[in-house]
Design a protein around this ligand. Sequence first.
Ligand SMILES: *[C@@H]1O[C@H](CO)[C@@H](O)[C@H](O)[C@H]1NC(C)=O
Ligand SMILES: *[C@@H]1O[C@H](CO)[C@@H](O)[C@H](O)[C@H]1NC(C)=O
Ligand SMILES: *[C@@H]1O[C@H](CO)[C@@H](O)[C@H](O)[C@H]1NC(C)=O
Ligand SMILES: *[C@@H]1O[C@H](CO)[C@@H](O)[C@H](O)[C@H]1NC(C)=O
Ligand SMILES: *[C@@H]1O[C@H](CO)[C@@H](O)[C@H](O)[C@H]1NC(C)=O
Ligand SMILES: *[C@@H]1O[C@H](CO)[C@@H](O)[C@H](O)[C@H]1NC(C)=O
Length: 236
Amino acid sequence: MLFPSSLFIAALVGATQAQTPPGFKPQVTTKLNVIFNSTSVTKAGELLTKTATATAPNLALTNVNSTSDTYLFIMIDLDVPGAGSNSTRRTLLHAMTTGFKTTTQKLNGTATLLSTTQKGPAAYFGPGPPSTDTIAHRYVQLLFKQPANLNIPATMFAETTSRLNFNIEAFMKTMGLAAPVAGNFFTVDGRNGTQTGSGGRGNSTVVPFTGAAGRVSEGSSVVGLIGVLGAMVLLV
Ligand SMILES: *[C@@H]1O[C@H](CO)[C@@H](O)[C@H](O)[C@H]1NC(C)=O
Ligand SMILES: *[C@@H]1O[C@H](CO)[C@@H](O)[C@H](O)[C@H]1NC(C)=O
Ligand SMILES: *[C@@H]1O[C@H](CO)[C@@H](O)[C@H](O)[C@H]1NC(C)=O
Ligand SMILES: *[C@@H]1O[C@H](CO)[C@@H](O)[C@H](O)[C@H]1NC(C)=O
Ligand SMILES: *[C@@H]1O[C@H](CO)[C@@H](O)[C@H](O)[C@H]1NC(C)=O
Ligand SMILES: *[C@@H]1O[C@H](CO)[C@@H](O)[C@H](O)[C@H]1NC(C)=O
């Protein structure tokens, strides 16, 4: 009964090694190696700190088929608190980076390190869940094969508010993306406060997200925009 039992093992491995959170679509079972300067996501869902995840991670992939492939990286917060009294949580696009190619560098002799010269179309925002929140936020990383004709309008994420309520399935459909080739996720808990906070900012500087979003759409000054970005970094 070699065949059925190996099938069973394959199913078991698939079921126990999901790299995306339960219920999240698209579900991914192939691990994307997500490596920050001082730590990496060794186990999907691992709790990391804001400090450790403040700048964009390096990525590495084990299931490379062709060195000519190009990849697109996406990171999404699934747990942004709702606007005002709305208790439904929202998503926020933390990063969308195009142009990843394989390098000749291997991690641990297996995973191929990827690199890109691109910073967008949506530059990396480090996690910053509010210190007043009641849960740790889940940050999902997905890697897609980038279609040769991919065309993401420069205006698509020009406004910070356009990253809110990011719908990955709709985006995949619009852009003609196939299922992700790899994924991973980690969590960051804002309640740890200054121990893990970005720059030790406390409650007093937390700007309500909706207010910040409102200011963006009013098309405010550069100082206003920096304020908004600061608030985003602190809250999501
Ligand atoms: C990670 O390293 C880069 C390059 O040295 C540096 O610019 C960045 O600030 C570091 N990030 C963190 C969170 O330490
Ligand atoms: C490599 O090919 C396999 C089989 O078609 C596929 O499942 C996997 O996603 C591919 N890997 C990449 C990085 O494209
Ligand atoms: C609450 O937020 C969700 C997610 O953004 C949205 O779909 C829903 O329409 C909102 N409900 C109200 C009453 O605004
Ligand atoms: C590389 O291997 C070491 C030791 O086995 C392990 O601690 C580390 O997490 C691995 N790194 C990656 C990126 O898988
Ligand atoms: C951060 O918060 C989590 C969940 O409350 C807790 O398990 C962890 O020990 C805290 N870490 C630090 C450094 O306080
Ligand atoms: C943050 O604000 C909450 C609610 O206002 C309060 O209960 C908590 O003590 C504050 N924490 C700090 C570190 O000031």
